[in-house]
Every structure is written in structure tokens, then in C-alpha cells.
Design a protein around this ligand. Structure first.
Ligand code: DX5
Ligand code: ZN
Length: 221
């Protein structure tokens, strides 16, 4: 069942010199999750943060940390991010070698597990793990960078996955990541998304705007 819209700000668009204060400001402004993009310069053409940053941020927020791993190979890092304080760990099947095994590893750490699909990866890729995952993330841009344009071509995939989640009877968050704005958020939600990652659109205008920016993405303002 589609749940009410929740917002997961991506800290990729935050002021990296003040990250602790930034995530505190997001929590005060009503964020639902903190989305942390982990990139390795190999699976995607950008390099961001590792488990030590997650650990350093952990005392600054009580919100769930939604850790999006764009790294390959990934399995050795799952326990490290779990210990650092991740609550949800999301991985890409394209990162290989065996998404089902990685999902099992995440669950074994006592964490929620997500599977993320690149724009070119079909909805069918979730089939083998639909019975295990807590979250499905649809990439609406090519992963690697914030500030890209939403790919409307992904809306059909979101609809297909909404139907599959509902048919499964399981509670699975359907998250959309990339190019979410006040214009594209309603499209993603109408297609069935209930969790929106938003970097650029959340952080625009600085901390005094975070609450309003997120309200607009939820469709409340
Ligand atoms: C892209 C990341 C996204 C990105 C979103 O690879 O997974 O989370 O930071 O940024 P915006 O909201 O600016 O498109
Ligand atoms: Zn992300």
C-alpha cells in the first residue's frame, strides 16, 4: 500500500563543512530520513563518503540513515556501514556479484535492506529479492551526481513496481532518487512512490528554507 509521502534529503547537496549542523537542521525542519550517497569512483564516476562519516554523523540525528551504496564490490562494506549507524542499506544489482546474497547480508546485520535500479535496469530485476527487501529505489537520473534532470521515462517502472509491491502484500517503501523538484515530485507520487530523495530541492535557499522546501515536495504547500 502506498504510504503518505516522506522526504529523504540527500546530504550530497549539503554544506560539507557543517554536516552535523545540516542534518540537525533537516531533522528540525521535518525530514523523515537522512539519505547518504556513497560513491566509489568506479561503480559511478564520483567519490563521496565512507563509514567513518556515517559514524561521525550518527550522534547528530535520531532520524533513520538511508545509506545508498553505489560501490562495487559492496559485500565487504555492508558490516562496516551497519556498525557505523546505517538503518537502511540500499545496494545496486548492477554492482554484482549476487544481489540476493548482499540483501541477506544486510538483514543478517539487523538492518533494513533496499535494492536500487539504474534507469536502464528493468523492474524485473527486483523479482528475486521482492520477498526480502524493505525498500525499492528507482533511480530517476544516472547515479553519480546531484542536480540532474528527472527522467520521466522512469515513471512506467515506478507504476509497475507499485503494482508488484501491492500484489506482494509486503510493506516495501518505493523510493525515487534524482531530479525531484516541486514539479516532478507529484509525478513520482502519482506513479506510486512514497519516499522521495531530494538533494538540490531541499537545500535550495539555505536552512531557513528547508521546512518550506520539503512541504512543497510533499504537496502540502
Ligand atoms: C545520485 C544520488 C542522488 C542525488 C540526488 O547518484 O543517488 O541521491 O544526490 O540529488 P538531486 O536531488 O539534486 O537530484
Ligand atoms: Zn541516492
Amino acid at each position: 500500500m502506498q504510504q503518505s509521502v516522506r522526504i529523504a534529503p540527500s546530504i550530497l547537496a549539503a554544506d560539507f563543512a557543517r554536516l552535523g549542523e545540516e542534518i540537525k537542521a533537516l531533522e528540525d525542519a521535518g525530514a523523515d530520513f537522512i539519505h547518504i550517497d556513497v560513491m566509489d569512483g568506479h561503480f559511478v564516476p564520483n567519490l563521496t563518503v565512507g563509514p567513518s562519516l556515517v559514524q561521525a554523523l550518527r550522534p547528530h540525528s535520531s532520524l533513520p540513515f538511508d545509506v545508498h551504496l553505489m560501490i562495487s564490490p559492496v559485500d565487504d562494506f555492508v558490516p562496516k556501514f551497519a556498525e557505523a549507524g546505517a538503518d537502511i542499506i540500499t545496494v545496486h544489482p548492477e554492482a554484482g556479484p549476487d544481489a540476493a546474497r548482499t540483501i541477506a547480508l544486510i538483514k543478517k546485520q539487523g538492518k533494513k535492506a533496499g535494492i536500487a535500479l539504474n534507469p536502464g535496469t528493468p523492474a524485473d530485476a527486483v523479482g528475486p529479492v521482492l520477498g526480502e527487501v524493505d525498500l525499492i529505489l528507482v533511480m530517476s537520473v544516472e547515479p553519480g551526481f546531484g542536480g540532474q534532470t528527472f527522467m520521466a521515462s522512469q515513471l512506467d517502472k515506478i507504476r509497475t513496481l507499485r503494482d508488484r509491491i501491492d500484489a506482494s502484500g509486503r510493506r516495501i517503501d518505493l523510493e525515487v532518487d534524482g531530479g525531484i523538484t516541486a514539479d516532478t515530485a507529484p509525478q513520482a507520487v502519482a506513479a506510486g512512490a512514497d519516499l522521495l530523495v531530494a538533494g538540490t530541492a531541499t537545500f535550495a535557499g539555505g536552512p531557513s528554507r528547508y521546512a518550506d522546501n520539503m512541504s512543497r515536495l510533499r504537496g502540502d504547500a
